[in-house]
Design a protein around this ligand. Structure first.
Ligand SMILES: [Zn+2]
Length: 115
């Protein structure tokens, strides 16, 4: 049984692994950038203000990336536990189309719309 489930979701699993690697790489790049910016803020106030804004945008991207990565990791854990593709809210099977679009989702379409 579980082997069948894993086979069915193999593509989603590969997508999740790819996504996890991409996100980790992106976060690493943002981390480096954020660190460099706080290290060397320019002396002029105007430039500094722009840099602060950029840092804020980077911070937002960073936070978003971390949230997405957490979702991906949780989905990979569900996969390992043979719970992947099952709505964590109502227990229904999540449609293949939905999983293809959002491989880390843990809600079926109905529950996602209900939130
Ligand atoms: Zn549901």
């Amino acid at each position: 049984m579980s082997e069948l489930i894993n086979e069915q979701y193999e593509t989603n699993y590969q997508d999740l692994l790819k996504l996890q690697a991409e996100l980790a790489e992106r976060l690493h790049a943002i981390e480096k950038d954020l660190f460099r910016r706080t290290e060397a803020l320019s002396p002029k106030y105007a430039e500094q203000a722009t840099e602060m804004e950029n840092a804020e945008v980077l911070q937002e991207l960073y936070d978003e990336g971390r949230e997405e990565l957490a979702l991906v990791k949780a989905a990979l854990e569900r996969y390992q536990a043979n719970k992947y593709g099952i709505c964590q809210h109502c227990g229904a099977k999540i449609s293949a189309e939905r999983l293809q679009a959002v491989p880390y989702t843990d809600r079926c379409r109905i529950c996602a719309n209900d939130q």
